[in-house]
Design a protein around this ligand. Structure first.
Ligand SMILES: C[S@@+](CC[C@H](N)C(=O)[O-])C[C@H]1O[C@@H](n2cnc3c(N)ncnc32)[C@H](O)[C@@H]1O
Length: 359
């Protein structure tokens, strides 16, 4: 893609602004700055381990809750579970003595490992409840959730590639969509852990939400799947840009991932000149899955009326910028870049990531 001279100048100015602000704040922003002394640094290897463990736990939690048929919690919404509802369920079944001791832990871990969606298993209700209590304790009592959030914030550290919206800013500058005089009006950031990231530099008003907000003053605690749909296409509740970085992979159910993608369009302002959707996923979700390839994902997005503007594969992540089509939109070629990653599948163990869109 050609970058005009004007765009190059805008890019220089914006980059200059970023450099100046870096003196006052880190790439990950004030929150980290303010808490720099409080947040212990975690090594990358440990970070990945914490994140993997957390995903493991919420996946097992979904399976157990479905199997136990906890009232009002079904396969469809199990990952958005209301903690108090589960606690209540465990309490009402306390006659089964679900407590565990240190020596029970290895057995519980083994049971958790064996629990699969398809496997009906021979676990008793007591076994399942005990596993559930064990993992709820790990998530909420023993700091699992906090560590997960900390690890995710660490992943955005400038030393580890920085926050993913950096690349979004670069693309929008290159495309001439923003410059030092022109910003996007608004954006919805789903799954936001830190309010100070690169999106702020290019958008006038950013609304940030997260299932488990760690800063409720600035990041609303909200499940995007339950966010009220704007009535009659109310533009005040719609956005020029939706950013969804490393969130889809967090949703453990393929049908809900599809529902999440379908929902995005309802929040994109159709009158806007932008109509942008920024998605980031771990590279293996798309390039090392048994069920989905990049081509499949592109087809899915195309059926949902998006066109790809940019894609970049880093060694760990895949970044996409889509635009919701106008009906008369003319197709132009997307810019696809690779660094340290090829379009072919990776070697190593395949994963089960997939997205099911029911149209
Ligand atoms: C790995 S973190 C991603 C953080 C950040 N966006 C990044 O790119 O590093 C995933 C976040 O998505 C949030 N999340 C998952 N499902 C969500 C939903 N349905 N609504 C709002 N937030 C959600 C989780 O609470 C979690 O904080």
């Amino acid at each position: 893609m050609n970058i005009t001279k004007k765009n190059k100048n805008d890019k220089k100015r914006l980059n200059g602004a970023c450099r100046k602000s870096r003196n006052r704040q880190t790439i990950t922003g004030k929150l980290l700055n303010g808490q720099a002394n409080k947040i212990p640094k975690i090594k990358p290897e440990k970070t990945r381990k914490i994140i993997r463990r957390f995903h493991f736990l919420i996946n097992k939690r979904r399976i157990i809750c479905t199997r136990l048929q906890i009232p009002n919690i079904s396969e469809d919404n199990a990952e958005n579970l209301n903690k108090s509802r589960i606690d209540e369920f465990i309490r009402t079944n306390s006659n089964l003595d679900v407590n565990y001791t240190e020596s029970d832990k290895p057995v519980i871990e083994k049971k958790l490992l064996k629990l699969q969606t398809s496997d009906t298993g021979n676990n008793t209700k007591k076994d399942l409840l005990r596993c559930l209590k064990y993992l709820m304790d790990e998530i909420y009592v023993n700091g699992g959730l906090q560590n997960y959030q900390r690890a995710s914030i660490m992943g955005q550290d400038s030393n580890r590639g920085g926050d993913s919206s950096k690349i979004l800013v670069k693309w929008l500058i290159e495309r001439g969509m923003i410059n030092n005089k022109k910003k996007l009006n608004n954006a919805l950031e789903i799954g936001c852990l830190q309010r100070n990231n690169h999106i702020n530099k290019i958008v006038d008003k950013v609304e940030r939400i997260d299932l488990n907000s760690n800063d409720e003053k600035h990041i609303k605690k909200q499940d995007f799947m339950k966010r009220p749909i704007p009535k009659d296409n109310n533009r005040r509740e719609q956005f020029d840009l939706i950013s969804c970085s490393l969130v889809l992979n967090f949703v453990p159910n393929p049908i809900d991932r599809g529902e999440m993608i379908k929902r995005f369009a309802k929040f994109i302002n159709k009158q806007s000149e932008y109509k942008l959707l920024f998605i980031v996923l771990p590279l293996p979700c798309i390039y090392n899955s048994r069920y989905i390839t990049n081509k499949d994902f592109m087809q899915m997005m195309s059926v949902l009326n998006y066109r790809l503007l940019n894609q970049h594969n880093s060694s760990k992540l895949v970044y996409y910028l889509f635009q919701l089509n106008d009906s008369d939109i003319s197709k132009n070629d997307p810019t696809v870049t690779n660094s340290n990653a090829s379009d072919t599948k990776h070697s190593g163990k395949k994963n089960n990531f997939r997205i099911i869109v029911k149209v």
